[in-house]
Design a protein around this ligand. Structure first.
Ligand code: ADP
Ligand code: MG
Ligand code: ZN
Length: 588
């Protein structure tokens, strides 16, 4: 009896998923559909969830599948059809969108019958609430690292996961400590999901997918039970990737008081329990993605959980060119098309935007009846995608960009000239979060204590940004506020905690509220407080002066670095050093 019911469910599942069991429509290529429109052969188009059902003149019906998101992303598409006096019908959004009304009725009847059977067999326990969780089937994705471009650092960082997944036991035997959880952090469309899939693809490991939003339901307990189920599924494989997209949907800090917070907390707690529950050798690696690491519950980031964070940023010029190369591999590119030029014209585009651009170009080419994608079509596609990009991302004026380039070049140059500075890792003027640009230094070894020289150098490097603005742009911007805050903080510690000022090796306590006051209880006389202030000021100003001298002296190198930044958007330590060296020899 139960076996029979299971069989019926299976058949039904196939029908629902494929939709084509009843459907009589023949599938045609999307480009053929566009040609048919062009040729005036189309009478009606019914826009479904995933497919377009096309009625041709003469009554024949065919089906075609547009690229994902194409219809919603191309408002001109529908108006174009209407213009051609084609009847446009939009089918209600539903999973059944792909097949006809009659088939739907039939399926409904089926469903009622099967539901009733299951109801009787399982005495009322219908597990349908749980099974909606979008847990992918654990297939091995076909994508590899070759499909992910422009994020080389992130790829390097996750290579270890691949080694581990290939041979978990061996990895453990040679003492490799595998993080259980890897958190991919970056803005939407930069390839986080793609990267996670490619890790599984590289390692030939199954890939289980769930989205944080799937866990957040209004029914108490459903989310937690879905988490449990997901991990149970994962533990069935020898090794696998369990990917949780949009982790922030479940992983927000606990303690809110919205209606759904209790349910979310339960779900989050279950996730923590499950992550603690499986041993590292089990071969399950949990990878999660988010663009809001700042709102995650700190418990998620503790050792043994998502203790490794990998940044997946927006691509720079080189990165964009590499991504374009990946996506144009599958389309007929006209000879002479220079991807570098396209990359140059698409600052701020994410990987997804670039993929979209290539898609649009292919469609436009098809619509123009062309067999190759040329510069003109690529340009047109870019303008189309650009609208979406601008709406989403911070719009930066050219002036701000130039200012940012000089600001970051200032930090970088001071850091590369002063002997005690940490080596320069990367300078970029690609905005991330709220910052317009970043200069990153990487310590050669973990530092536990800092020398006075090192701290003074840090202050000078921090001042480099502001000094550059003054020297080269002739103005000051508020962009230096974070630098100023950090420099002041370092100087305060040097004076008040580390005893590195003429005031001597004494601890000067600061009262709460971040203001100095002469409160005797704090051990500071009014006079001392003023002297502390003076010393802090002296240290910061000395750093400012150091930075000013360096940047004055290296003017040509500064300009060269800033111009190069404007051109390619990011430089690594070696590239920067090459520029500085070139000018150093010329000056002498
Ligand atoms: P995210 O998960 O970060 O929002 P996705 O991985 O979903 O981004 O990216 C969506 C699509 O955009 C990918 O399937 C791919 O076609 C394209 N894409 C995004 N980033 C890259 C990249 N770095 N290299 C190649 N393609 C990319
Ligand atoms: Mg994603
Ligand atoms: Zn700065």
């Amino acid at each position: 009896m139960f076996g029979a019911a299971a069989l019926v469910v299976l058949v039904l599942a196939i029908v629902l998923l494929r939709g084509s069991w009843f459907a009589t429509e023949r599938d045609i290529a999307f480009s053929d559909f566009l040609s048919a429109v062009e040729a005036g052969k189309v009478q009606q188009v019914a826009i479904g969830d995933q497919a377009l059902t096309v009625t041709l003149r003469g009554g024949r019906r065919v089906r075609t599948i547009p690229p994902t998101g194409y219809v919603s992303a191309s408002p001109a598409f529908v108006s174009d059809l209407v213009h051609r006096q084609i009847h446009v019908v939009v089918q209600p959004r539903s999973e059944a969108g792909a097949f006809s009304f009659g088939a739907m009725l039939l399926a409904l009847g089926f469903f009622a019958l099967v539901g009733f059977t299951i109801y009787r067999v399982t005495a009322g326990r219908i597990p349908s609430l749980e099974s909606r969780a979008r847990v992918a089937d654990g297939e091995t994705p076909a994508v590899t690292f070759a499909d992910v471009a422009g994020v080389d650092e992130a790829k390097d960082e996750v290579k270890e996961v691949v080694d581990f997944l290939r041979e978990p036991e061996k990895f453990a035997a040679i003492g490799g400590r595998m993080p259980k959880g890897v958190l991919l952090v970056g803005p939407p469309g930069t390839g986080k999901t793609l990267l996670a899939r490619s890790i599984a693809g590289e390692a030939s490991a199954p890939f289980l997918f769930a989205s944080g939003a799937d866990f957040v339901e209004m029914y108490a307990g459903v989310g937690a039970s879905r988490v449990r189920k997901l991990f149970r599924e994962a533990s069935k494989h020898k090794s696998c990737i369990l990917f949780i997209d949009e982790l922030d949907a479940v992983g927000r800090q606990r303690g809110g008081n919205s209606l759904s917070h209790e349910e979310r907390e339960q779900t989050l707690n279950q996730l923590l329990v499950e992550m603690d529950g499986f041993a590292a050798h089990q071969g399950v690696v949990v990878i999660a993605a988010t663009n809001r690491p700042d709102i995650l519950d700190p418990a998620l980031l503790r050792p043994g959980r998502f203790d490794r964070q990998v940044m997946v940023g927006c691509p720079d010029l080189k990165g964009r060119e590499a991504i374009l190369k990946v996506h144009t591999k599958k389309v007929p590119l006209a000879p002479g098309v220079d991807l570098r030029t396209i990359a140059r014209g698409t600052p701020g585009f994410s990987g997804a935007d670039l993929a979209n651009l290539v898609n649009e170009a292919a469609l436009l080419a098809a619509r123009h009846g062309s067999t190759v994608i040329d510069d003109r079509v690529l340009d047109e596609a870019r303008d189309k995608v650009l609208m979406g990009v601008e709406r989403r991302s911070m719009v930066i004026t050219e002036k701000e960009r130039v200012n940012c380039a000089y600001h970051e070049a200032g930090h970088a140059l001071v850091a590369s000239v002063l002997p005690n500075a940490d080596p320069l890792h990367k300078v970029t003027i690609i905005p991330r979060g709220r910052a317009l640009g970043v200069t990153m230094q990487l310590p050669e070894a973990d530092r536990h204590t800092h020398t006075k020289d090192f701290l003074e150098t840090q202050v000078a490097v921090l001042m480099g940004g502001r000094v550059a603005e003054e020297l080269f742009m002739g103005h000051m911007t508020s962009g230096a506020s974070n630098d100023i805050e950090r420099a002041t903080e370092i100087a305060q510690k040097m004076v008040c905690e580390y005893g590195m000022s003429p005031l001597g090796p004494l601890m000067f306590r600061k009262s709460a509220g971040n203001a100095w006051d002469g409160d005797r209880a704090a051990g500071l006389s009014e006079d001392t407080a003023r002297r502390v202030d003076d010393e802090v000021r002296t240290i910061v100003m000395r750093g400012y002066e150091t930075a000013r001298q360096i940047l004055q002296h290296h003017r040509p190198a500064m300009t060269a670095v800033a111009e190069q930044l404007l051109e390619v958007e990011s430089l690594d330590g070696g590239e920067l050093k090459a520029i500085v060296d070139r000018f150093a020899t010329r000056v002498n």
